[in-house]
Design a protein around this ligand. Sequence first.
Ligand code: ADP
Ligand code: MG
Length: 671
Amino acid sequence: MEPQRSPLLEVKGNIELKRALAKAPSRLPLPGSRLKRGPDQMEEDLEPEKKRTRGLGTKVATSRPRATALTTVPQTQGQTAVPKVPRKTGPRCSAAIATVLKNQKPGPAVPAQKPGTTAAPPVVGRKKPSKRPAWDLKGQLCDLNAELKCCRERTQMLDQENQQLRNQLREAQQQATALGTERRTLEEELARMRAQAEQGQQELGNLSTRVLELEERLGTQEGLVQELQKEQLELQEERRGLAAQLEEQERRLQASEAALSGSQAELASLRQEAAAQADLLAKREERLHGLEMERRRLHNQLQELKGNVRVFCRVRPVLPGESTPPPGFLLFPSGPSGPSDPPTRLSLSRSDERRGTLSGAPAAPTRHDFSFDRVFPPGSGQDEVFEEISMLVQSALDGYPVCIFAYGQTGSGKTFTMEGGPGGDPQVEGLIPRALRHLFSVAQELSGQGWTYSFVASYVEIYNETVRDLLATGTRKGHGGECEIRRAGPGSEELTVTNARYVPVSCEREVEALLHLARQNRAVARTAQNERSSRSHSVFQLQISGEHAGRGLQCAAPLSLVDLAGSERLDPGLALGPGERERLRETQAINSSLSTLGLVIMALSNKESHVPYRNSKLTYLLQNSLGGSAKMLMFVNISPLEENVSESLNSLRFASKVNQCVIGTAQANRK
Ligand code: ADP
Ligand code: MG
């Protein structure tokens, strides 16, 4: 079986075939078109030629002698018969035949007659007619006829042969056409093959690039694999370490489990113990609550025993630059138990220059003795003063309204007592910051017993019967806008001041900020109206709300700290200019509100049916802090100077009246 040839090999075969064809014209005297024919075809084409040549050869073999014979024929005769041969075969044909004969192997001397070939009368070996005598015209004619006949036969034969050659030529041309077509097909195929080859080449190039890429990737992957193997080794090492650790941990765990089971047993017993403790704790809490309620009750009882209306007298020290009063001007006699007792009495001596003796000598000074719940001589510190009132602050936390006033003439130390001295020195801190700090710390302690407290602060001033907010900020700062005192709601006991800020506070810093803001507001106002602060009442109110969620208990009470306006009167002998008239109106308003305060306290003390709260803005605003369940404390601030003796006496008399009051048994505001 012949192996399958590749298209490339086929192309190569075709190319060889073409080369053979190109060589062919040197062998074959065929027309140009025959050059394109294949070698086999050429062989076939050659065959009739051979035949012809052979035929011719025969003829040549026969004609040669005949030609020789013809040479003997006269030129004229020869010219009639011979010219046909070169016409039929032609010099080209003869040359071709000669070439073919030359290229062919020498054949047999006498080629065999091919079957089918028209048997020409054998000329070879025919006996050459002897030369006829000139006279033998008949014989010559006979010869010529014979010659003519021979020539005709030959012509006929040559025609046939010519015809055959034409046929062969046609065939050859057809074959050439077919071969041309085949060649074109082959050329197309060759072009396709070349394109395929090019494509193959390109693909090969791509594949090579891809192979290179893959090799590169392979290299990278191999590197990675090596790294991973290294890592794997490390991990295996680590795993071994961890396994060892795990073993150790498991061992420990077992030990721990053993310990745990022991601990669990212990825990169970501890739980039992804890349950018992919780039980005990609950009982103790219950008892503690009972005790707390008892404490509140007793505390209140104590406060009541001390009096629901208490008056403390405070004498400020002589300030630098002030004239020292004569000795004995102010005396602080000791209590019944001697100097260890806190002073409660004050004695003021007044020498009345108007009263003269008959002899003209000055009258002996008059002594005025006053007794209060407590008297603070000039050397008493702020802490000492606060200690006395801290019990009242505790009452406010327990749900009792508390109201503390500072009463006295301008410059007697009211603001110092309430807010404190200048410079922010903690030693001279006043009652307001101290009271609030105390409240916050006690509320914190009570939170341990389940009490939650909240505090909301407000700070207003009442000047000339108008209320202004001292906590106003922004554009309202200093001017405060006018405020109105209104009931919180229809039928509500609670009072609020419209346009005033109510600020929740929970720490000292917030309170300090509020006091600072109030001072700023007063300072701005002072520029507008001369020393307004001393001509107005400042009311700091703290609404205290407490709740015991566990027991559903609630308590709420206001703590009011009031720095009253200067209690001094106008000198009736003064000439009344426009400024003085204004001052007179201010003073009248102040005096009216202060006397209303006295009247309200008296009415409460005498349990009168009508209490004139509405007669002044101050008493109207404070009515909830002054009622039956309220506790009231009044500081009467006294100047130590002799020149202020008249005002001091007025203040002490007013305070003494208040001190005689007892407001009914206080009831905590419990809900
Ligand atoms: P008021 O408010 O009654 O008009 P102030 O509180 O402004 O009087 O006191 C007047 C001056 O006396 C202030 O300079 C104040 O610092 C000073 N002062 C008042 N009380 C005391 C005191 N107990 N110790 C020291 N200085 C005081
Ligand atoms: Mg003041």
